[in-house]
Design a protein around this ligand. Structure first.
Ligand code: ADP
Length: 197
């Protein structure tokens, strides 16, 4: 099963993708995590992405498309995967369609996490405080200035993708403001329809 989670920064895509990944036994492909790992390891991709990410901008399409193309060719993706944070632009969505088509595969379902926009900053600040309290390293882009840039990038570049998948008949929306378990339950209901089909 090929699933995609869509929603603005702080919507809970990472948390829900991880839960689905454990339940379905398919990998979670987070371009954010992959890019952060590349930055940490100072690979050529990481060096290109570091500053853009810290400022909250979008890494170039060719880079993320390349990363995803490599990743989905790996054997653990044969049964399916969950896309978390990709695609983020219409160009990436197009590239994904072509890539999957060339492999005779297709997206089964796109889940949109609907959130109250005015609460997003609060959620991200809360995540940063919790990480700090737990002795972890706060993400370079979890600050007010980078968040503003991330939100602008989201509404300019990523939000149109929701309409694109709706028009393709693939979109399902859930209330992302509910508690983690409730959001997870809503997603399970959607997934059970697929498993029953
Ligand atoms: P969030 O959804 O909280 O903003 P992510 O971990 O998904 O965080 O992404 C963090 C950053 O990584 C983004 O702000 C962007 O700079 C970069 N990034 C991740 N995925 C993509 C992508 N598909 N296209 C371009 N940039 C990306």
């Amino acid at each position: 099963m090929i699933l995609m989670l869509l929603g603005p920064p702080g919507a809970g895509k990472g948390t829900q993708s991880q839960l689905i990944s454990e339940k379905l036994g398919v990998p979670q492909l987070s371009t954010g995590d992959m890019l952060r790992a590349a930055v940490k390891a100072a690979t050529p991709v990481g060096l290109k992405a570091k500053q853009i990410m810290a400022e909250g901008g979008l890494v170039h399409d060719e880079i993320v498309i390349g990363i995803i193309a490599d990743r989905i060719s790996q054997p653990d993706c044969a049964k399916g995967f969950i896309l978390d944070g990709f695609p983020r632009t219409l160009a990436q969505a197009d590239a994904l369609d072509k890539l999957l088509k060339s492999k005779g595969r297709k997206i089964d379902c796109v889940i949109e996490l609907k959130v109250d926009d005015t609460r997003l900053a609060e959620r991200i600040e809360c995540r940063a405080r919790e990480t700090e309290a737990a002795g972890g390293v706060v993400r370079a882009d979890d600050n007010a200035e980078a968040l503003k840039t991330r939100l602008i990038a989201y509404y300019r570049e990523t939000a149109p993708i929701i309409g694109y998948y709706f028009a393709h008949g693939l979109l399902k929306s859930v209330d992302g403001m509910a508690a983690i378990e409730d959001v997870s339950r809503q997603i399970d209901e959607i997934l059970s329809e697929f498993q029953a089909a």
